[in-house]
Ligand binder design. Structure first.
Ligand SMILES: [Zn+2]
Ligand SMILES: [Zn+2]
Length: 272
């Protein structure tokens, strides 16, 4: 089964294309039980794609108001996507997605790993001497801290660093230098936050053939006693339920019998 819900949803308050109301109406049309919003938290090192500090307050008020307005039709949740480098959370969100979008390369340089392949190549040349494994190791050293730093309930797109590596065009994801860095980071995160999303967003927006995280990571997550929740990292209406059945099949093939859904404010099991 696939979830009748998505908790990773962006709106026009950050870099999404649709309003919260449009997305709620789409979720209702799909017959869903819930929808959760996860605007990008204000991130001082890169203000281009995130909510402003003032916009965040308007976002909080609007989603809370929509939550009331639609309460007899669909559960609406107010979440946030916190980056390791975002402002710290000081609001009682219904849930937090913790994500690592940047590598801090020196005191003032924060390199976005999900901007474009060209940007990725230039970051690796400039800061890592062209060595993609050192780049990956730096990423996962930071990703290992994501739960402790953000206080998240859900770990977002854990291997985002592979976004532009379709077909292993930049580096080999089966290389032990890459795998050990990713697996060790996961082992540090799971005791603090065992719930990882299976995120289909880049299958729509970046031409990827599989969701995050890769199968070897999901198998290890299962081995460690972690859990999964299927999300679409939605930035536009048609992406709300993108490739959910493929995500569910992937989870099952990696050993998961259940995924999580947020119901009545509590994460509960759902048979996949
Ligand atoms: Zn993200
Ligand atoms: Zn997102």
């Amino acid at each position: 089964m696939t979830p009748l819900s998505n908790l990773h949803t962006h709106t026009t308050y950050c870099d999404g294309k649709n309003t919260a109301r449009e997305l709620i109406q789409r979720a209702i049309a799909l017959g869903w039980e819930s929808i959760g919003f996860s605007g990008h938290a204000y991130t001082p090192c890169d203000t281009e794609y995130c909510m402003s500090r003032e916009g965040t307050q308007v976002y909080q008020r609007e989603i809370r108001s929509l939550q009331q307005e639609y309460k007899d039709t669909i559960q609406v949740y107010l979440g946030i996507e916190q980056d390791v480098f975002s402002d710290k959370v000081s609001f009682p969100y219904d849930y937090i997605i913790g994500s690592t979008h940047y590598i801090r390369c020196d005191d003032d340089a924060y390199a976005a790993v999900d901007a474009s392949q060209k940007t990725t190549t230039s970051i690796v040349e400039r800061y890592f001497g062209g060595d993609y494994y050192r780049y990956a190791q730096a990423y996962y050293r930071q990703a290992a801290q994501v739960a402790a730093v953000t206080g998240c309930n859900i770990v977002g797109h854990f291997d985002l660093i592979t976004k532009f590596n379709e077909g292993a065009c930049l580096f080999d994801e089966s290389d032990s230098r890459y795998r050990n860095a990713a697996l060790e980071a996961m082992e540090q995160v799971v005791p603090t936050c065992p719930l990882f999303e299976i995120n289909t967003g880049a299958m729509l927006r970046a031409g990827r053939s599989a969701p995050y995280p890769a199968a070897f990571l999901l198998r290890h997550l299962h081995h460690l006693g972690g859990q999964v929740i299927i999300t679409s990292d939605c930035h536009q209406l048609e992406g709300l339920d993108w490739k959910f059945s493929e995500a569910a099949e992937l989870a099952k093939s990696c050993g998961f019998q259940y995924g999580k859904v947020l119901r009545g404010g509590v994460f509960v099991d759902m048979l996949l």
